[in-house]
Design a protein around this ligand. Structure first.
Ligand code: SF4
Ligand code: SF4
Length: 149
């Protein structure tokens, strides 16, 4: 009998480091800035990318040193996945935390790192600006693309 893949039989807390890292689909969506309306608590997604996000690969261009260069970069943990409200609904960590399965385009399912781009899930070709180009909070407004929930 074939064993189920790890993401179908383990919780986020049970995954080892290699499994945890491989669970990221490489969409890059969490590396785009969001705006929070403090009156309504709504999150607005933007197409403004973190300065380290590579527009072509949708990967962090200095993953090892990212926290030194971008101090507010958040390292995901199972606790953070369960706490925050700004992960995109397609995020693999969120799907597993919610008891769902991965989609066909996830590299672990498809066997290819390209399918997340082919399915239009990644931010490839969607970045309209970088945060180092923003001078004030208002500069993000023309790059807003939607609201959470
Ligand atoms: S949104 Fe989730 S799956 Fe996509 S890059 Fe970020 S952590 Fe990985
Ligand atoms: S520093 Fe953090 S937010 Fe910026 S691209 Fe790298 S992983 Fe994404």
């Amino acid at each position: 009998m074939t064993q189920q893949p790890f993401w179908q039989r383990k919780t986020l807390e049970e995954m080892n480091r290699q499994e945890w890292e491989s669970l990221c689909d490489g969409c890059g969506q969490c590396c785009l800035h969001k705006l929070r309306d403090f009156d309504t608590d709504e999150i607005y997604f933007t197409t403004v990318a973190c300065t380290l996000l590579d527009n072509n690969t949708c990967q962090c261009s200095d993953y090892t040193n990212r926290k030194k260069i971008v101090p507010d970069c958040i390292f995901l943990t199972p606790e953070i996945v369960n706490e925050v409200d700004w992960l995109p609904p397609t995020c693999a960590y969120l799907l597993i935390a919610q008891g769902q399965d991965l989609h066909w385009w996830h590299p672990l399912v498809s066997g290819s790192s390209e399918t997340v781009h082919e399915a239009g899930i990644s931010v490839k070709g969607k970045i309209t600006a970088y945060d180092h180009e923003m001078e004030e909070d208002e500069d993000y407004i023309p790059h807003m693309v939607g609201v959470s929930g």
